[in-house]
Design a protein around this ligand. Structure first.
Ligand code: NAP
Length: 244
């Protein structure tokens, strides 16, 4: 196990997180698959990782819960003594017009994306600084760059994630740590299917006339984590079929 690099992917029970866990496992990472509520789906991600010839484990914590994250990551870091790659992928939507938005809808989205970034990145970063090596990729969204109506909470959270990424990248570059983000457009996952928009309308907004696949995001994340991206930090890569 020692010689294998370790990657932690938050929200890896489904969608983009699952595809990223499998992609990183294929390139040789031991993958720590985080989930919050979908235990069976997280076990399925682990099966896919193993079927791809990789290794990994699952770990439950709510990224927004400071104590849960501390406890879970404390154990993981003590065991592995390192985390080479962190993918902050966990995210939720709670769309609604701003005037109608409840406190919970505002807070849940901000808490998951922004407090989640802080809670998870901080302990991992400490280890990366100690090793003078590491790569962090956070999953933002096209909503940060070209927000739609009804997503003020999500757009604010995802834009904050980009700003935090760029600031942190400058802080830790001298320690050999790179911090980047991806900004996907519509990607075929549960999150997209839960949106009240008709599939035809979504496709009509995309110059390539199709939604993306989770694997198409995962491959860019894998690139950003790899030595091929060794001079890239503080960057945001859009993956959106030409939308913006
Ligand atoms: P998804 O299919 O709904 O999956 C979301 C994942 O996040 C699940 O694994 C879920 O875990 C996890 N999660 C949610 N809240 C969590 C929490 N508090 N703690 C830990 N894990 C949590 O969504 P997706 O489309 O793959 O989205 C992944 C990321 O891409 C999100 O950050 C999303 O905002 C971003 N994104 C998605 C799209 C898109 O069109 N799909 C576009 C741009 C950006 P459980 O099921 O175990 O709770």
């Amino acid at each position: 196990m020692d010689e294998k690099k370790v990657a932690l992917v938050t929200g890896a029970s489904r969608g983009i997180g699952r595809a990223t866990a499998v992609e990183l496992a294929k390139t040789g990472y031991h993958v720590i698959i985080n989930y919050n509520s979908s235990e069976a789906a997280a076990a399925e991600t682990l099966s896919e990782v193993q079927a791809a010839g990789g290794t990994g484990r699952i770990t439950r914590f709510d990224v927004a819960d400071t104590e849960e994250v501390k406890n879970a990551l404390g154990g993981i870091i003590a065991e592995y003594k390192k985390i080479d790659v962190l993918v902050n992928n966990a995210g939720v939507t709670a769309d609604g017009l701003f005037m109608m938005m409840g406190d919970d809808e505002w807070r849940r989205v901000i808490d998951t994306t922004l407090n989640g970034f802080f809670n998870v990145t901080k302990p991992v970063l400490r280890e990366m600084v100690r090793k003078k090596n590491g790569s962090i990729v956070s999953v933002s969204s096209i909503s940060a760059l070209a927000p739609n109506r009804g997503q003020s909470n999500y757009a604010a959270a995802k834009a904050g994630l980009i700003a935090a990424t760029k600031s942190l990248a400058k802080e830790v570059a001298r320690f050999g740590i790179r911090v980047n983000a991806v900004a996907p457009g519509p990607i075929e996952t549960d999150m997209l299917s839960s949106m009240p928009m008709d599939a035809g309308m979504i496709k009509a907004m995309i110059p390539m006339a199709r939604v993306g696949k989770p694997e198409e995001v995962a491959r860019v994340i894998r690139f950003l984590c790899s030595a091929d991206a060794s001079f890239i930090t503080g960057e945001v890569i859009s993956i959106n079929g030409g939308m913006a």
